[in-house]
Ligand binder design. Sequence first.
Ligand code: FMN
Length: 405
Amino acid sequence: MKNLNNKNILVGITGSIAAYKAAQLVSSLKNNGANVKVIMTRASTSFITERTLESISNNKVLVDESETEESFLHLEVAKWADIILVAPCTANSLNKITKGLGDDLLSTTCLAFKRKIFIAPAMNPDMWNNTIVQDNLKNISVDKFVIIGPDYGNHACGDVGYGRMSSPDLIIETLSKAMGKGILDGIKILITAGPTREPIDPVRFISNYSSGKMGYAIAEYARDLGGDVRLITGPVKLALPEAIPTKAVETSSEMLDEVLDSVSDCDIFISAAAISDYKPSDTSVEKHKSSDGDLNIKLVRGEDILKTAKLKNKNVFAVGFSAETKNIEENAKAKLVSKKIDMIIANEANHQKGLGFESDYNQIVIINESETTTIPRNSKKELAKIIIHKIVSIYKKNLLKIKNA
Ligand SMILES: Cc1cc2nc3c(=O)[nH]c(=O)nc-3n(C[C@H](O)[C@H](O)[C@H](O)COP(=O)(O)O)c2cc1C
């Protein structure tokens, strides 16, 4: 489920016989890309061990005693979480949490939490059907609580009826639906990132300092917003992004082939790769012998991938990057016009200032035909968010214009 990717989910586990199912639940949430922290009530620790959940969640499990080590822990975790899920939730915790009582770490965290709380009850059918439980449920705020299940079936005590915790799959599907559609849902986005390498001979090449960080950050954020993202990457030292189909290439010709293969099927093309403008006219099959004399290599103009892709696919919203060392805005505007693209993101490439290539930071100017927006120095991850939101707003405005034309 894409919309759980990178979401911070706090799982509260309470003292039910169904607590063992929490291990599978936490594991599935992790597999869906969520960051998971667990709070266990005191009663739950006799049903499943902290160590199990610590290993599966990859985070220290929080219990009532953790609060004394770290003051205001309940406030901190409540701020960290995007979602609180209490599963399994006992009758005791259900009544406590929905009534706003706070006498342990889980219930006080729920009290401090500002968003919706998801509860998957698990209890004996007689407990579930108890009028106190049912009357309480009738009066809870639907803006605050989502009750998932419980299911009908056999119970460990031998009784049959409603009260079984819903399956981890159903719980995860409910969370995912509740997170809503991402703003890029159904939108196909092709992104290129990193440098290209243009071989001189079998051991030498022409390349540049591009790290791929900006393109990767854009791809990951677009994915998190529900985009159908594909990435074409030059050689970089970054880990491949999760849940994004990625094609690795080396040369600008390979990148061109891959882009032309995919771009016609896309809505948005973001060319964040630093493609060599020039490449050797010939690649020597043998290594150039080193000698005392000079070596002349003729460089020829490489393909303009962005321009070619846009020319062949006029309906695709095309975004380019322009790394400049001077006259940044002016040069970028000239490229926007000459390449006939929809948006260009200009940045200063300056090692001394720790900007652009290789750095985790950048400062950019976003330019389209009607607007120029300067974004001061920020991390590439934050800039990726700003860039994507800008692209989406202009892309959607353009779509509206076409529709109304
Ligand atoms: C073997 C056993 C199984 C239990 N299973 C459940 C259960 O499935 N649901 C429930 O509401 N309470 C169940 N309880 C009772 C709770 O553990 C008890 O109410 C406890 O105080 C709940 O605390 P908590 O809500 O803080 O976790 C069970 C108790 C025992 C001894």
